[in-house]
Design a protein around this ligand. Structure first.
Ligand code: AQP
Length: 335
């Protein structure tokens, strides 16, 4: 038996992956895959909880998988798969729907925020999103789930469902589902919008200038950073709550350069926004170039990606199906 911890995470193929998805999630997954048993999925069933174009969904699903690989997720160390390829996700989701109190979902902040964004077009799927996420995690009996701060509440819900609604209710002496723990990453766990340092950088923000996409060309990166919100003060600070845009760009700079934020604050105490923006533009272009090169090679070779996703499906499905059978047996389904 391996002592490795099992880890599961995923990104929704709702659009072009951005700097927040990389620095807050995928970059950390790369570091985790050697020491742990890692499962990374493209959560396409989650992506349809908002309005979407069918053609875009399949294009984004493939491109998200290719970006995982380009960012350094290695199929020799990790299982990479597409959520909808494994029907057990939807089946466990239904079972969990039936045992979760509705008021647990009514507290979810992300639903409240996203339903405001979506206006009168809100689907039941959006409300149900955290249950599907719980099914994703619990199916793999994950020990740890790397989550950004924004997803912490959803992970707590998955823990409560496993503990209080499945294990405590349906099993007296043994636990049916593993109760996962969150792995909150310190740096980069929340990268903010370039045009409003108090809002999360997000794929679904209608303003393209709010984010740097991982596949943005050097020209586009230069343009977006030029337009990024700044303030009238000299010096780039990290700890001044009145300057969220300064904090955000300094954090990005620190992660990409590997230099501590405190040291950068000292180095940049006399620097104006114009010079700082040039520095961060150069750093971003340099950091994204190798990843973009790898992406181009991968996306031109669909055979290779399809093979990786098929292998991933087989590995993931055997774990998922075994958990689902166990849950169904304990919950009284006739076999
Ligand atoms: N701004 C961010 N900073 C740090 N981490 C982030 N993540 C997303 N945005 C940031 C992390 O990326 C992983 C996958 O996210 P997701 O695509 O599944 O869902 P999301 O959090 O809803 O991401 P977006 O970009 O905001 O997508 P849309 O706009 O479609 O909802 C998660 O680990 C997340 O924490």
């Amino acid at each position: 038996m391996s002592n490795k911890k099992r880890i599961l995470s995923g990104v929704q193929p709702t659009g072009d992956l951005h700097l927040g998805n990389w620095l807050g999630a995928i970059r950390n997954w790369v570091d985790l895959q050697k020491e742990n048993e890692t499962f990374f999925c493209v959560v396409d069933l989650h992506a349809i909880t908002a309005n979407y174009e069918p053609k875009e969904l399949s294009k984004n699903t493939l491109s998200t998988a290719a970006l995982y690989l380009a960012c350094g997720i290695n199929p020799a160390d990790s299982t990479i798969f597409i959520q909808s390829h494994i029907p057990a996700h939807s089946e466990l989701c239904w079972i969990l729907n039936c045992i979760t109190p509705i008021n647990w979902l009514e507290r979810m902040i992300q639903f409240k925020e996203k339903s405001i964004q979506q206006g009168n077009n809100v689907s039941i799927g959006l409300f149900n999103y955290p249950i599907l996420m719980a099914a994703d995690i619990l199916l793999y009996q994950a020990d740890l789930v790397p989550v950004g701060e924004d997803q912490k509440q959803h992970l707590e819900l998955a823990r409560d469902i496993a503990q209080q609604r499945i294990n405590a209710k349906f099993s007296k002496d043994k636990s049916i589902l593993k109760v996962p723990k969150p792995m909150i990453m310190k740096d980069g766990s929340k990268i903010m919008s370039l045009i409003d340092g108090t809002k999360k950088m997000s794929k679904s923000d209608p303003n393209e200038n709010s984010r740097i996409n991982l596949l943005d060309s050097p020209e586009i990166i230069t343009k977006k950073i030029k337009r990024a919100k700044s303030d009238s003060q000299i010096g780039i600070e990290f700890n001044n709550p009145e300057r969220p845009e300064s904090k955000n760009l300094l954090m990005i700079y620190s992660i990409l350069s590997g230099v501590e934020t405190g040291e950068l604050e000292n180095q940049l105490s006399e620097t104006g926004w114009g010079s700082f923006k040039k520095l961060i533009t150069e750093l971003l272009i340099e950091a994204l170039e190798p990843l973009q090169e790898k992406y181009k090679v991968l996306i031109d070779d669909p055979y290779q990606i399809n093979k990786i996703l098929l292998d991933g499906k087989e590995k993931a499905e055997s774990v998922a199906n075994s958990t689902l059978s166990k849950v169904k047996k304990e919950l009284g389904f006739f076999k």
